[in-house]
Structure formats: structure tokens, C-alpha cells
Design a protein around this ligand. Structure first.
Ligand code: FMN
Length: 169
């Protein structure tokens, strides 16, 4: 539990309208395609571009999936900024997962792992990832089979986030 978080005051056991947000950034549309595929397999989820993200829409019990292309071995500046802001607010009680899109290079760096680390530091419970999806070159397209892998990952997430959690003391 992040001390002093606005989330402290919300009793999420009383909420039945849990929200799933698949937040993403995307320069060429590949990460958006994966985000939309993941959202379409998570009942009632919305794929939300980073410019339209409202952190105030997140409540304890919700699921936040974050997707970013790797840009120079890290998430995009916009996704990094949102993660910094979320760290300030705290994500106690929020379930989270992260994926990146990347090229298949010998050395490609990582964004999903860094996003998972940031989400965990903000107090979120990690239910999936870090996960990677591959594009052919900077502009894509996604490699064959990646959209299907995204659907399978979403099914894993759905199962993982539905698992009963230990009651908070
Ligand atoms: C400025 C820039 C830096 C990039 N750096 C990396 C990198 O460090 N590692 C990597 O695997 N791909 C890198 N890429 C390739 C991106 O990961 C690729 O463009 C992205 O997955 C495409 O997703 P999008 O269509 O959603 O933008 C870079 C692309 C750009 C434009």
C-alpha cells in the first residue's frame, strides 16, 4: 500500500464495475494493433492512446495494461511520463501488466521490464508481463503470428487477474 495514496480511501471490495484499460503509445500503429487485440479479449476493456489517458479513471481492483514500443532501450517519453505520474498517485489495489513492441535484433534493449518495474514501484499487483511482440523494422509490420500471440496473452491475463486475491489486512 502506498502511503497517503488517494486510493487508500476507496473500499474496492464494494465495487462491481471493474475497469480494464489497455494504455498504449504507438508511432506507426503496431503497438496500437496489439493493444486493440489485447483489449478485445479482455471483457469490456478499452484500448486508450496515451494522449487520452485519464489516471483518475483508475480505481482499486481495476486492471491496467501498458504497451509501448521500445525507443532507445526504454518506453516512449509519453509512456514514461504517465508512469512517473502514476507513481506519484500510487496504484495500490490496481492490477497491472505490460508489453512492448520491438525489432528482432541481437541487442534490442527492453521497455516492458522497465514498465513492470515502475508499475510495481507504484504499488500495483503485477498479473502479466513483461511481454514482447515483434515487428519487422521500425515501421513494422508485426511479424506473422504476433496478433495471435497477443490474443493468447490476453487470455492468460484474463485468467490471472480473475484469480482470487488474499484479503488485504
Ligand atoms: C527512435 C526509435 C528508437 C527505437 N529503438 C529501439 C530499440 O532500442 N530497440 C528495439 O528493439 N526497437 C527500437 N525501435 C523500433 C521500435 O520498437 C518500433 O518502431 C516499434 O515497435 C513500432 O511500434 P509502433 O508502430 O507502435 O510505433 C526504435 C524505433 C524508433 C523510431
Amino acid at each position: 500500500m502506498v502511503e497517503g495514496s488517494y486510493l487508500d480511501s476507496v473500499d474496492f471490495r464494494e465495487r462491481t464495475d471493474m475497469t480494464t484499460i489497455v494504455l498504449y503509445d504507438s508511432a506507426y500503429g503496431n503497438t496500437r494493433t496489439i493493444a486493440e487485440e489485447v483489449a478485445s479479449h479482455l471483457g469490456g476493456a478499452a484500448a486508450v492512446p496515451v494522449d487520452g489517458f485519464d489516471a483518475g479513471a483508475l480505481h482499486p481492483g481495476d486492471l491496467l495494461v501498458v504497451g509501448s514500443p521500445i525507443n532507445g532501450w526504454r518506453p516512449t517519453p509519453k509512456i514514461s511520463k504517465v508512469l512517473d505520474d502514476l507513481a506519484g498517485r500510487g496504484l495500490a489495489g490496481v492490477k497491472a501488466a505490460a508489453f512492448d513492441t520491438r525489432v528482432k535484433l541481437f541487442i534490442h534493449g527492453d521497455a516492458a521490464g522497465k514498465m513492470i518495474k515502475a508499475l510495481k514501484s507504484a504499488g500495483a499487483s503485477i498479473v502479466g508481463g513483461p511481454m514482447a511482440f515483434y515487428v519487422k523494422g521500425s515501421e513494422g509490420p508485426l511479424l506473422s503470428g504476433e496478433v495471435e500471440r497477443a490474443a493468447a496473452w490476453a487470455a492468460d491475463l484474463e485468467a490471472a487477474q480473475a484469480e482470487p486475491r488474499e484479503p488485504e489486512s
